[in-house]
Design a protein around this ligand. Structure first.
Ligand SMILES: O=C(O)CCC(=O)C(=O)O
Ligand SMILES: [Fe+2]
Length: 322
């Protein structure tokens, strides 16, 4: 019998149309986009992360990241290059716009002249008694919008060192799942892993299970169903909230370095508390899209501060109770 080819993820070059990348990801649950950033940029991010954090801040000893590996949170606070280039990379924002369907898209050129207001779904109905009542209706979840804007869930450097085992496969929606299982939900997490080094089978590249975003929660993947996100430094692998995935293990010195972040609707609690992780003094140095992504942005109804600009909460403006 012919040996079966290992499963693989769809993979595109950086200049592929976003619509093609998104369609492939929706079908497979994950997708690789190669050569999105220059290798030198990845080195610059790594140097900043290492320089701006202490050894103890880089240590890891959790269930998914046991001792021997290296993890660093709050990347936006420790690496301006990460924040101003990788976090707001136009391809990442284009994919996030297509997956999370915000009223206010973020990809360059996609920004609405006048941002659609959430009030579009609100209607005042009156009856014969003269009672006025606010009626709030869901949009078409296929067409969206499904949020006013999206923001960062967490941003973490994840460095696999030799000596460990593969990480348990899991779904990124696990942090919300127990509370929302009964809700019909449009896609609500887009995850991105940037390759800070080449990602290979033997150095800990992320493992993903194509198609598992459509599986029942309890189906456990066979090893033959697992694909490895092999990709050159400066590439990125993207996956959906229900796609099974996990870090690989390294059998070679050096392992691999990845820079992870997730994006979620503005009405979902951020996994990593960005307001403490990236205090206003640091946030004020960022480009505006990065500042907005970490959460210094509000909609009319969520996250406002009276007297601040909802588009940039560090500035004065007309934010107020609705
Ligand atoms: O590092 C990787 O390749 C994946 C890590 C991951 O999925 C996680 O820590 O949640
Ligand atoms: Fe994960």
């Amino acid at each position: 019998m012919e040996p079966t080819a290992p499963v693989s993820l769809p993979s595109f070059d950086a200049d592929a149309p976003i619509a093609k990348i998104v369609a492939a990801m929706q079908a497979a649950g994950g997708v690789i986009v190669r050569h999105l950033a220059e290798p030198a940029l990845m080195d610059a991010v790594y140097d900043e992360v290492r320089r701006n954090t202490t050894e103890s801040e880089q240590a890891s000893d959790t269930k998914l990241w046991p001792e021997g590996n290296r993890t660093v949170g709050a990347l936006v606070a420790v690496s301006p290059t990460y924040a101003n280039h990788l976090l707001v990379h136009p391809t990442v924002l284009g994919i996030a716009d297509a997956i999370l369907l915000p009223a206010a898209p973020m990809a360059p050129g996609a920004r609405a002249e006048e941002l659609p207001s959430e009030r579009g779904h609100y209607e005042v109905r009156k009856n014969a008694d003269g009672n006025a009542q606010l009626v709030v209706r869901a949009p078409d979840t296929h067409a969206g919008p499904n949020c006013h804007h999206y923001h960062l869930g967490a941003s973490v450097m994840l460095e696999v060192h030799p000596g460990g085992d593969v990480q348990m496969l899991h779904r990124e929606n696990g942090i919300y799942q127990p509370y929302i299982e009964a809700l019909p939900m449009h896609e609500f997490i887009l995850s991105v892993m940037w390759a800070g080094t080449d990602f290979a089978c033997d150095n800990g590249a992320t493992r993903l299970v194509p198609g598992s975003h459509r599986w029942p929660e309890t189906r456990v993947a066979e090893e033959s169903e697992v694909a490895t996100a092999e990709m050159p430094k400066g590439s990125a692998v993207f996956w959906l909230s229900r796609t099974l995935h996990g870090a690989g293990k390294s059998s070679v010195p050096g392992g691999r370095t990845g820079f992870f972040h997730s994006m979620i609707p503005n009405w979902f609690r951020q996994e990593e508390n960005q307001y403490l992780a990236v205090p206003p003094e640091i946030a004020s140095q960022l480009c505006e899209p990065a500042l907005q992504l970490i959460g210094y942005r509000a909609s009319r109804s969520l996250g406002w501060v009276k007297g601040r600009d909802i588009e940039n909460l560090l500035q004065a403006g007309t934010g107020a109770p609705i």
